[in-house]
Design a protein around this ligand. Structure first.
Ligand code: XMP
Length: 505
């Protein structure tokens, strides 16, 4: 059965997220490449089409286009960001560089009655990420919403059922996004045919099929993703799974034992491998973040190979945002290679199975709870596979790992103490590759700098720095500088994602 909504992907990091938002509204959706022909679209008989955003400018050489006959199939189309501009361009309008690039929050004002904007406020917060804007609209199109820098932030052609939004309704910062999708689905006359069936059962059955009796190994990182993948694997084929926790020396304090203790009641016997010396040596002299990730990926695999003799399959807790950030979509530009995808050597020698590859973090958490994982672990902040090594800017050494781990433990204690832990999506410390001058006990000091990163997010695709009380930050900073002789300065990261990423490397 074909999906009711087709999302045409122009290389947006958000194309998959758009399909997920549609599925959240109980309507099936598939993502297809921008090269899809109108005939193929017609054959699939979707009720509606959504054109995603994308990193290109439509006039740039090599910018993805589309078969414009798709716009004449009589199927409602919603263009978002690049899709909004491309549709304007193909229907007789014009696109030009905006006077100002817009990244982040903007206020949308409704300027005309509109089917697409029905039910939303006269002014709404929306999230923008673009340089170009739609200058003129083609015949029969009317503008229905504007922002300060963008007169045609929303347009529509009611007769042809074509709609465009310059902003991104799919990201949660656009508060009225879900209403806009609901309106579009109503225009498309979709039926609610997509239930969040028992994802656990589905995933277990799929995993059992993929393993097909073969032995598999999974590495636990201490985060919810690898834990969930491991528990799924243990349920799918308990006899075939070896779960390894590699102590790289870049883990949070006390983490190895904590994971082992928590997994035992879930039927997972975690094998802890002390590989600290290997990782400290293997990362010597490496400063470049991508090189670091790749070295870590390589060492992980070496350790797996040594400790999982006979395993034919490597199970990984890769989730959808990890893939996309490693350049997983046709046009999306590469941001980071996460160790569990881009950082892997070409020939792993094992088949890779990623049972969470289509899921977002919040979905993984729901799945983990369904599987019976304990609340504390499910709500634990995400932790990157390469661990503290990517939170030590510059060379990741044993000594520097101990510093960032201690500072991080203080921060975590204080987040729990202030009842902030659950409100914050991810909170951690980074160690900067510089020293700074301070004055301690009447003497000049020249010591390390710790950065605190606290973000709010729902899926890690975008994030806002958390506006926590000053008193809380003061308490963390005071404790770190009092208790840690190596640190004399603490800074707070006040950058959203984008333009920054959540991790510093
Ligand atoms: P960024 O820093 O890209 O992070 O905004 C988004 C989310 O992914 C986590 N992250 C990783 N997870 N391997 C992982 O398994 C990695 O290499 C990696 N790098 C980042 C990050 O902690 C955040 O939750």
């Amino acid at each position: 059965m074909h999906a009711q909504i087709l999302v045409i992907d122009f290389g947006s990091q958000f194309a998959h997220l758009i399909s997920r938002r549609v599925r959240d509204l109980a309507v099936s959706a598939d993502v297809v490449p921008s090269t899809i022909a109108a005939d193929e679209v017609a054959t699939r008989k979707p009720r509606g089409i959504i054109l995603s955003g994308g990193p290109a400018s439509i006039y740039e050489e090599g910018a993805p286009g589309m078969d414009e006959n798709i716009l004449d199939l009589g199927i409602p189309v919603l263009g978002l960001c690049y899709g909004h501009q491309l549709m304007a361009h193909l229907t007789g309008g014009s696109v030009r560089a905006g006077d100002k690039r817009e990244y982040g929050l903007a206020t949308l004002r409704k300027t005309k009655d509109s089917q697409l904007l029905k039910g939303i406020g006269e002014q709404e917060q929306v999230w923008m990420n673009h340089g170009d804007i739609v200058g003129q609209l083609g015949q029969g199109f009317v503008a229905t919403g504007a922002t300060q820098n963008c007169g045609n932030a929303c347009y529509e052609h009611q007769g042809r059922n074509l709609y465009g939004c310059q902003f991104h309704p799919e990201v949660t910062h656009t508060l009225c996004g879900s209403m806009i999708f609901s309106n579009f689905l109503r225009i498309c006359k979709t039926e609610q045919d997509f239930g969040m069936k028992n994802i656990a059962e589905q995933a277990i059955a799929e995993l059992a099929g993929k393993l097909n009796g073969r032995k598999a190994v999974i590495g636990l990182s201490g985060g919810v993703d690898s834990m969930t993948a491991a528990v799924l694997a243990a349920k799918a084929a308990p006899e075939q799974i070896t779960a390894i926790f590699v102590d790289t020396g870049f883990m949070r304090e006390g983490e190895a034992q904590e994971v082992r203790d928590a997994m035992a009641p879930l039927g997972l016997d975690v094998h802890i491998v002390d590989a600290r010396t290997r990782f400290y040596q293997g990362l010597k002299g490496i400063i470049d973040p991508e090189e670091k990730r790749k070295a870590i990926g390589r060492m992980f695999i070496e350790v797996f190979r040594e400790h999982a003799k006979g395993a034919r399959v490597l199970i990984q807790g890769t989730i959808y945002p990890d893939r996309i950030e490693s350049g997983g979509s046709a046009h999306a530009s590469k941001i980071k290679s996460h160790h569990n995808v881009g950082g892997l050597p070409e020939n792993v020698g094992m088949d890779i199975v990623e049972p969470l590859r289509e899921l977002y973090k919040d979905e993984v958490r729901r799945l983990a709870l369904q599987l019976g994982c304990p609340d504390e672990l499910v709500w634990r902040h995400p932790f990157p596979g390469p661990g503290l090594a990517v939170r030590i800017l510059g060379e990741a050494t044993e000594e520097r790992a101990a510093i960032v781990a201690r500072a991080n433990a203080i921060l975590e204690e204080e987040m729990h103490g202030a009842d902030l832990y659950k409100d914050i999506w991810q909170g951690f410390c980074v160690l900067l590759p510089i020293s700074s001058v301070g004055v301690q006990g009447d003497a000049r000091s020249y010591k390390q700098v710790i950065g605190i990163r606290l973000v709010k997010s729902t899926d890690a695709m975008t994030a806002e720095f958390a506006k926590v009380p000053w008193d809380f930050l003061e308490q963390v900073s005071t404790r770190i500088t009092n208790e840690m002789t190596q640190v004399n300065r603490v800074v707070y990261d006040i950058t959203h994602k984008p333009p920054a990423t959540i991790e510093w490397e």
